[in-house]
Write a protein that binds this ligand. Structure first.
Ligand code: ADQ
Length: 500
């Protein structure tokens, strides 16, 4: 790490966001390095915050090189209009072990309760530790002692520990964007203790829901046996007092409301509708991921067309999927599976040139995305498990005038806030089909009442609200929280026997 180029600290900002992927993916082309915007919930959420704060963003830009190149050029400073970007470069083996292996092949499925998809491999874990250390070096080089370091997500769970080892008392917080699983699942992870130990160096750890907070606290109790105040979300950890809380992420609601009012977007939406005809239009937008429940949703649609023949030729379902983790075999298999189901349904139900499913496998611009939301009578957001789900909120923001129906899975974190949505269990094809029909037949006044209530919640708890709440939680002085309650779980309450 001695080879890192020294960087000037950003004089304007005291906040540094650290995440695995940043706002751009860089690729070497014949015309030089090209930057393409990355599509993910995390990027959608962080971008408006960092633009306001004029902070710094440390992330991997999707490029790799040899170990020597990585060490020699691991910081490429990109100056954008509103924030500074520090690129971390990874080697090819690191990408395989840390990102594809430990992050996508182990922690992602485990945290979404897909334990059977999780691969546990010591080499992958070694790579995860190495890359977390590498990020820590970059963060330490580019920040000063008083800076606030805001780490994003499960990719960098060891980072707070590595930072604090070299800078005791550093101001570090983690926001965990995906679900935190129940302790009986999390503690299966051979390195569960190391992950918890790293996180306990934070001042504040944020999750989307109270359920995830509880799962986390229970896991800490199970693994560590330190004092925990469940009511106030406090862990009296070995390094510091850690606050833990539920702060569900919001969207830039005004941006989507403005987009929906733009003449160009309205024209595009009208074009989408006229290309579809007079049909009822249902939309789903997802990163192509097995947690999003895309095959299950398509099967529910097939069941609907089979069991309610009066809807044949009257519904068009638009599934927009953005390519994701295309290097991972399981994701390539999922893509093929979805294409097969779409082909089967369209083959079976296309009549007089009416095609029931339009399937787009590509990223859309913000304007195109808003136009598709605007064109749709209903959005079906039915993940099998999802930390929160921003698509549900984006659809509501675009439809905030009162049109549109939202069908939401109870297994998306967003269901805790968006209580006026119709819910449907993605594992229950019949319930999904029935709820889609109920949504289509919903009385106009009731439909409007529900959408206006949803819009109120999305507007009130938007991205600014989220960032305010994060700061409020982060900036409380830990020394003022007092003693742990007498019934807290210091030792003796561990539910596991010792491993010798
Ligand atoms: P994701 O799993 O990426 O995020 P989600 O919250 O739905 O899931 O966000 C996806 C984002 O990508 C949305 O902003 C959406 O507009 C955008 N998007 C999807 N398809 C697109 C397309 N074809 N073209 C352009 N944009 C597209 C993770 C967690 C979530 C959590 C977020 C934020 O898995 O549960 O909500 O982080 O914390």
């Amino acid at each position: 790490m001695d080879l890192l180029k020294p960087l000037k600290l950003n004089p304007r900002g005291g906040l540094t966001v650290v995440s695995n992927r940043g706002p751009y993916t860089f690729r070497k082309t014949a015309r030089g390095i090209q930057a393409t915007p990355s599509v993910s919930g995390l990027v959608s959420a962080i971008q408006p915050v960092i633009e306001q704060i004029h902070g710094r963003w440390v992330a991997w830009g999707g490029r790799y090189g040899t170990e020597e190149e990585t060490l020699g050029r691991s910081l490429t400073l990109q100056k954008t209009d509103k924030w500074l970007f520090h690129e971390v470069m990874l080697t090819e083996p690191e990408t395989a072990g840390y990102y594809e292996g430990m992050c996508n092949g182990c922690l992602w499925p485990l945290c979404h309760n897909f334990i059977e998809k999780s691969v546990f491999d010591e080499e992958m874990w070694g790579s995860y530790r190495r890359v977390n250390r590498k990020f820590a070096e970059v963060v330490l080089q580019t920040t000063g002692p008083g800076d606030m370091i805001w780490v994003q997500d499960f990719h960098l769970a060891l980072l707070p520990g590595y930072i604090c080892r070299q800078r005791p008392g550093a101001r570090v917080s983690v926001f965990w964007h995906i679900p935190f699983p129940p302790p009986e699942i999390f503690t299966v992870l051979p390195w569960a203790k190391e992950i918890i130990k790293g996180l306990l160096n934070c001042e504040f750890i944020g999750f989307h829901t109270e359920g995830y907070v509880r799962n986390f606290l229970l896991s800490v109790r199970e693994i560590y046996g330190v004092a925990i105040d469940f009511a106030r979300g406090l862990i009296f950890g070995p390094e510091r007092i850690v606050r833990v809380g539920a702060v569900p992420i919001g969207i830039d609601c005004r941006e989507f409301e403005n987009l929906a009012a733009q003449p160009g977007v309205i024209r595009k939406a009208a074009g989408i509708r006229s290309s579809i005809g007079g049909d009822y239009v249902i939309i789903s937008v997802d990163r192509l991921d097995y947690t999003k429940g895309i095959p299950e949703r398509l099967q529910a649609l097939e069941y609907l067309l089979e069991s309610r023949p009066e809807y044949k030729g009257k519904l068009t379902f638009v599934q927009i999927a953005v390519p994701s983790r295309t290097d991972v075999a399981a994701y390539r298999r999922l893509r093929r599976q979805i294409e097969e189901i779409v082909g089967r349904i369209n083959g079976k139900y296309t009549k007089n040139f009416h095609v029931p499913i339009r399937y787009l496998f590509k990223p859309l611009s913000r304007e195109d995305l808003a136009a598709h939301y605007l064109a749709a009578d209903m959005a079906v957001v039915t993940p099998l498990k999802d930390g929160l789900n921003l698509v549900a909120k984006e659809y509501v923001a675009v439809k905030s005038g009162g049109g549109g129906v939202l069908i939401l899975s109870p297994f998306a974190g967003a269901a805790v806030q968006l209580t006026e949505a119709l819910t449907a269990n993605p594992y229950n094809l019949r319930e999904m089909a029935n709820q889609i029909v109920a949504g289509i037949e919903l009385d106009v006044t009731e439909k409007k009442r529900r959408m206006l209530a949803l819009a109120r919640s999305v507007r009130e708890e938007d991205i600014n609200w989220w960032w305010q709440k994060i700061q409020q939680n982060w900036l409380i002085d830990s020394e003022t929280v007092g003693e742990p309650p007498p019934d807290s779980s210091i030792g003796g309450m561990l539910t596991r026997g010792a491993v010798l």
